[in-house]
Structures are given as C-alpha cells and as structure tokens.
Design a protein around this ligand. Structure first.
Ligand SMILES: Cc1ncc(COP(=O)(O)O)c(C=O)c1O
Length: 500
C-alpha cells in the first residue's frame, strides 16, 4: 500500500515500499515535486530527519542523505541549529511553462511506474558540456581527426550508394576486425559470428536486459557501480540487488548469503567502476563456477581495459570462461570517442540472432558507414596506434594529478592512485559531503562526480571521482589549485557552523 506521511507539511508525498524505485529516491523525487509545485513554500521548515525517518520507517541516515542532496541541488537550505528550510527563489513549475490548455479544458497526465522509474535515473549526468575532470572523457584534442575523416570519406565513397540499414548483427568487416583485436589484446578467442555490433555499451546492456530478463528476475549489480547500466535493468523490471565490492572485486560470498539467486550478474572485472579494483583470479574463477552451477549469465563490462599502466593488460574474465556464461561488452566511447556510438557484445552463437533482432526492433542506432570506417581504421593498425599513444598520455596525466593532489590538497583530499582506467578516486577529508563538494567545484568549472551518485545506499566515506584523461598537463596544477581553494572554503564553513 502507498504510504503518505501524515505530517501536514508533507501531505501529497506518496511512498510505496513495494515499488522497485528505492525509498530514498522516492522521497527525494517527492520532495522536489512538492517544492516545484509550490506545495512547500519558500522558507517553510521541513520535518526533522528524526521525525520524518520515524514516520515513514526508513533510517535517519537515509533521510539525512536525501536532505543533503536537496541542499546540494539548491532546493532547501540547512540552518545550523534550527533545521532544514525550503530555499528562497526556487522557480515554480507553472502550466504556462509547458503550454496552457484552452479555457475550461483540464487534463491530468498520469505517468506510469516505468516512466517514474526512468525519471528517477541519474544517468544523464554525462550529458552536456564537458568541463575538466569529468570522468571517462578521452583526450579529444589528441584524436587524429584528419586521419579519421579520411576513413569516413572512403567508407562513404566505397559504399557505392548502398546507404541502407546494413546487416542485422552489424558490419561483417567490423565484426572480423573486433574478433582479431580481442584475440590480440584481451586473450579472447571468439568467432566473428559471436559478435553483435551495438551503438555503445549502453545499448548492449539494454539488448541483454530486453532479450534475457523477465520482470522480477534478480540481477546482482556491483555497488557502487555503473549508473546507466543499473538503471536500465531496473527500468526493464529486474530486481536489481546491490552487491558490495571488497578487495578482490564483487563480493560473491555476501551476495550468496544475502541476495536471491540471480539470472544475471553485472560486473566490471578489469577496473571496477568507480572504485578501480581489479578482480582477483580466485574471484574470477569462483564467479564463473557459481554462474555455471546456478544457471546465471554474467555481463563483463570491459569499458576502459585498454588503459592499463602497470604490467600487461589482464586477460578478460571471458577468456577463462569455458561454459559460455559471460556476455562480454566492449565500447569505443573511451578508446575512440563517445560520439562514435559504437560498441559490441560477444555472446554464445545460439544467442546472436535474438540479440541482433532485438537491436533491429529497438531501432538499430549505429551507422553502417561509420562501422565500415572503423573496421578499416582498425585493420590499418590506426586503432592500436592511437590507444598506445593515449596510454602514454593518460599515464602522465594520472601521475601528475596524483602528485598535484598530494601536494596541494593535503587537508581536503586523499587521492587513491589507480593502475588502470581514466579516473581516480579522491577521498574527502573532514566530513565534507561529496555532493556539496561536487556542486561547489562545478561552480568554478571543475566537473568531478560524487562517489554517492554511483551507490544506492548512503556511502560510508565521501569521495570525488576525478577523470584525468581530458585535462592537459599544463592546465593541471592551476586547476588543482582552484580545487584546493574551493574545498578549503567548504571546510572553513563547516568549522564555522559546525557539522550538519
Ligand atoms: C562502466 C561503463 N561502462 C560503459 C560505458 C560506456 O557506455 P557507452 O558505450 O554507451 O558510451 C561507460 C561510460 O561512461 C561506463 O562508465
């Protein structure tokens, strides 16, 4: 049954315990709506975290995290010692903003559970203009644009006017080029026929969820973990069960004890997103044998494995899989650029056509011409050349960022270096909330992401996720100096007003 807190102020806030949308998200979305609709007015006081937590039966820490999130977004203000209040100047949503209806006509639009679940997703954080330190953005200024244009031009010219939809499972040449790359770089021996080209990893997750899952199927999902992958599983009706990460990767023992048995397990073994852990060999083998014994699929999201800075790249989890339990997902968003919208899935041969046809039903998305251009780019050795160059550049940027953070932000941050990938974590010292730090840094042109955004639970220790691949070396010290000043001023405010 939906539950409405009885306090006068929060009438209209409906929370449903049985919904697939977590309670904290329902509370956050509900409060935002009450403020935007004017039901909660400027300067009105919200119930204390204790009152509200008691009334709706969730933990006080969760309510506190929701309030902190709304403070960070500017909906409410926390006044030390007196409580939390609706902020002044929040622009109300009025019907004229969305086009008014003719006089006398009223219309109520009811969004479905699915639409509400989509609305509560944070996945769009990666859209829009890119500022320095946004995680996962390649060094776009170093991409060989002229050379790439040559391949695009050639693909267009040699298509002989066949500007059609292309093949169901993707361009045959590109599937061959990827099979050969995977064998050289990831130790994967796959048949070309096992590969389906997608418009990026996100489409791969969508296709897998659409074709393999039915409502209520359990998905074990790394927590903290990749946001958009988690949200699409949830939106498709899966029971997404968060599983913590330990020093060896996804905590299998915890999941077996505490979660229903899964149809699908989502993991990032090469470089856990966002914590950076590399899954141990022992954990890989346990995970594979668990999946085989319990008839579960594993998604291996190998999103940034090209960038490993110590030793040789580790073979993929999929390379150890003798039972075809792993659905291996790759993307060109990191190794090339996100706008290319190309990725792929390696699936068992029996599954290829089902996945390929799902893609056609859902609207295909990737362009056969770009697929052809990429295939030639790879076959001519340009792709591997570009990756090698970027690996050198990213290693330098990672080292420089780590040194700058260690020397200039000692009070506010403790950086954690990473052997792989395009981002590093920096733990926030002095109890500063990561959403607050993220907002303050955004105001000065620095785009970190708060670690909390990757987690469905309030996290124990706040951290910022900092992408280093998209920041030129000469700009790095100046930007870290700006970061240091901004974070220091946040700690000063905390010292002045006391912790919230
Ligand atoms: C963990 C992870 N997987 C996959 C992707 C790539 O998604 P796509 O290929 O759809 O751009 C990202 C992008 O940010 C990511 O962080």
């Amino acid at each position: 049954m939906p539950k409405s807190p009885s306090g006068v102020l929060l009438q209209g806030l409906t929370l449903e315990r049985s919904s697939r949308v977590p309670m904290y998200k329902q509370l956050e979305t509900g409060l935002r709506k009450l403020i935007l609709s004017g039901t909660l007015r400027a300067r009105q006081k919200l119930p204390s975290t204790r009152e509200l937590a008691g009334e709706i039966g969730i933990s006080r820490i969760t309510v506190k995290a929701v309030y902190e999130q709304l403070v960070a977004e500017g909906y409410v203000q926390a006044k030390s010692g007196s409580g939390t209040f609706v902020a002044d100047g929040v622009k109300l949503e009025t019907s004229s903003q969305v086009g008014s209806l003719p006089d006398g006509v009223t219309q109520k639009i009811h969004l479905t559970d699915r639409a509400l679940s989509i609305l509560s997703s944070n996945a769009s954080v990666r859209q829009g203009e890119t500022e320095p330190f946004r995680p996962g953005v390649p060094a776009l200024d170093l991409f060989p644009v002229k050379l790439w244009n040559k391949y695009i031009r050639e693909a267009t010219n040699t298509s002989h006017g066949d500007f059609s939809y292309g093949s169901v499972n993707g361009n045959a040449d590109l599937r061959r080029s990827i099979a050969s790359y995977l064998s050289d770089a990831r130790g994967l021996n796959v048949e070309t026929e096992q590969i389906v080209i997608t418009s990026g990893a996100q489409q791969a997750f969508t296709l897998i969820a659409f074709a393999l899952l039915i409502t209520g199927d359990t998905v074990w999902y790394e927590n903290p973990g990749h946001i958009a992958g988690r949200d699409i599983m949830q939106v498709m009706g899966a029971n997404v069960a968060p599983v913590p990460i330990d020093a060896e990767g996804i905590d299998l023992e915890f999941a077996i004890k505490n979660r229903p048995s899964p149809k699908l397990i989502f993991t990032t073994p090469s470089h856990q997103q966002p914590l950076g852990t590399t899954m141990s060999l022992a954990r890989r083998l346990s995970l594979l044998s668990y999946a085989q014994e319990n008839d579960a699929w594993i998604i291996e999201d190998d999103y940034d494995s090209e960038f490993r800075y110590r030793g040789r790249p580790l073979p993929a989890l999929s390379a150890l899989d003798t039972n075809r339990r792993v659905l291996y997902v790759g993307t060109f968003s990191k190794s090339m650029f996100a706008a290319i919208r190309l990725g792929y899935i390696v699936v068992p041969p029996e599954m290829v056509d089902a996945i390929g046809k799902t893609k056609i039903l859902l609207g295909q998305n990737s362009s056969p011409l770009v697929e052809q251009a990429l295939s030639h780019f790879m076959d001519d050795g340009r792709f591997v050349e570009h990756i090698r160059r970027m690996r050198r550049v990213y290693r330098e940027r990672r080292d420089l960022l780590f040194d700058c953070l260690s020397s200039m932000c000692t009070e506010s941050l403790t950086p954690q270096s990473s052997d792989a990938g395009m981002h590093m974590l920096a733990w926030l010292n002095g109890g500063v909330n990561d959403f607050t730090a993220h907002r303050a840094l955004l105001d000065v042109g620095i785009e970190s992401l708060p670690l909390s955004v990757y987690s469905v639970y309030p996290i124990e220790r706040s951290a910022l996720v900092l992408g280093f691949s998209n920041v030129r070396e000469e700009r790095l010290p100046g930007l870290v100096g700006r970061m240091s000043n901004t974070l220091r001023s946040l700690s000063d405010i905390r010292v002045l007003h006391g912790p919230k």
